[in-house]
Design a protein around this ligand. Structure first.
Ligand code: IMP
Length: 178
């Protein structure tokens, strides 16, 4: 285990297993519907996108978007598009793939933006849900794991751009950010 990790919350094996379950569920839910476009929010959701997309047995397309909304461990409440989608999404079913829903500000803004562009439907798939911190009404349609109100890292999640490559989800030691 990495020296900055207080404890492991979710192991790599648990992530793989949960992605298989969620992938099966999504496949079932979209069978007979127009196949969704998977839109992943960089950078944090990239490992989860890779893992879950392999488990969705539909003719999906993959798109990436990069928005910034966070500095250190506090949310700014503002989002800026750093990299946009490469295609028009009017009339499409979108599965928005996110690493974590914390306050919910990022996703509610991105979801609204995609609906404003004419998406038929926008559903949210998140690796982690930190419900205690929610300040918006946003609802995640598919949640891999619920996590307590602690600062988590790994499997895409960072603290100041570090720890994204850890293969598990862990709690960052307080001394690393205090
Ligand atoms: P929200 O807008 O507050 O829901 O924040 C969403 C973004 O904040 C996520 O996509 C993460 O990049 C970041 N974030 C929120 N909580 C954590 C955490 O515990 N660890 C790492 N990043 C986090």
């Amino acid at each position: 285990m990495h020296q900055d990790v207080e404890k492991i919350l979710v192991t790599e094996e648990e992530i793989t297993e949960r992605c298989k379950e969620l992938g099966r569920q999504i496949t079932q839910d979209y069978t007979g519907k127009k196949a969704p476009i998977l839109v992943s929010i960089l950078k944090g959701a990239a490992p989860f996108m890779t893992e879950i997309s392999k488990r969705i047995d539909l003719d999906v397309e993959m798109e990436f978007m990069c928005v910034s909304s966070y500095a250190g461990t506090g949310s700014t409440g503002n989002i800026k598009i750093i990299m946009d989608l490469q295609r028009d999404i009017a009339g499409e079913n979108i599965l928005l793939i996110e690493d974590i829903v914390d306050t919910g500000i990022t996703l509610s803004k991105v979801k609204k933006m995609l609906l404003d562009r004419g998406a038929n439907e926008v559903k949210i798939v998140t690796m982690l849900d930190k419900k205690e911190r929610r300040v918006t009404e946003i609802h995640a349609d598919y949640v891999a794991f619920n996590v307590p109100n602690e600062f988590v890292i790994g499997f895409g999640l960072d603290y100041n751009q570090k720890y994204r490559n850890l293969p598990f989800i862990g709690v960052l030691k307080e001394e690393c950010y205090k």
